[in-house]
Design a protein around this ligand. Sequence first.
Ligand code: ADP
Length: 360
Amino acid sequence: MNLLVLEDNPDHLELTLEMLNDSYGTHAQIHSCSKLAAAIDYLANHRVDVFLCDLQLPDSPVANTVARLRDLQDAPPIIVLSSLNDEQLAQELVKHGIQDFLPKDELSPSLLVRACNYAIERRKLSRALLDKNADYQAFCYSLTHDFRSSLWQIARACEIFKAKTRTCYPDDHQMPWQYLDKVPARVDDIQRLVDDLQSYLALDAVPASFGPCDLTQSAHNAVDLLADTIDLSGVSIAISPLPAIVGSSVQMQLLFSNLIGNSVKYNHSETPCVSIYIAEQNDQQAVIAVRDNGIGIPAKLRERIFTPFERLHTKDEYPGSGLGLSIVRRIAQYHGGNIQVASEPGEGSTFLLRLPLPQG
Ligand code: ADP
């Protein structure tokens, strides 16, 4: 086993090495350094099974070390050994992939060895899950790709067949044209299902990259994406300034396009309108409302609509896959938030998206 220890205090280093040597003996090769830059350089050039790391270093204060540890690509499991007994920092680090946070004054040989062994096993498990996820993603991709191309061929074959038979038998009223006429709409249904299924599965398979995300921009991008549908329905859309969050702009755009798309689709008002605004906000979180004056939703069905494939209407009444709101709920949950709906039949619906705001 290869261990890397980053520790600038010679007494602490001696103690840690003693504990590790006593426990692992010749089973572990231990390399130590006292500066973050040297440790990062060592990691880039050597195989390391566990990286034991102090946070306060001569070339890096705590905040910088934390940021660098978070950004380390393909790093081995990291265990922080710290004089700071800061539970909040510990939780924050673990959330960002650090395996363990051990206060130095609680260290013992058995605790240290157990933490190293468990960290290695957990890492193996998460690698195996990531590999499975990658296989799953490749499988979904090729499945949806094959579906799309077969669908396109079926639709095209039907079109050609219809055109040819119409030319050959223009006055034959026995020909069952009505069946062929149904093909394009059914092909569109399956196409929509394949697209939505791919978006739904991709949420799990592709880790979203989180960064600064301006929700006003995400909502406007969603409107641009739906421009044709919006123009056709004559709906007016008002977007008030929304907060910025830390999140995935791609996912937030997908979330708004599903909510806005539904507000337009399930709406027969003479003056259809959708408004997007902040319903509530404090230091911790914001509640964003997406309100429409559409057909509304009966109270007892309001929770059901967030379940995959739950639809309150047939495809002939309204096209759809029944996946839009489950995509919305998953995205809200990935961002540490949730989504609810307030609605009355005939009075429109207000979807309330609760999201945490960046702290500090
Ligand atoms: P889809 O629209 O593809 O059916 P969704 O998951 O987006 O799937 O929505 C699930 C169901 O919730 C819809 O079938 C519809 O009955 C209902 N619904 C969603 N949004 C609205 C809305 N804004 N107004 C009324 N009903 C809605």
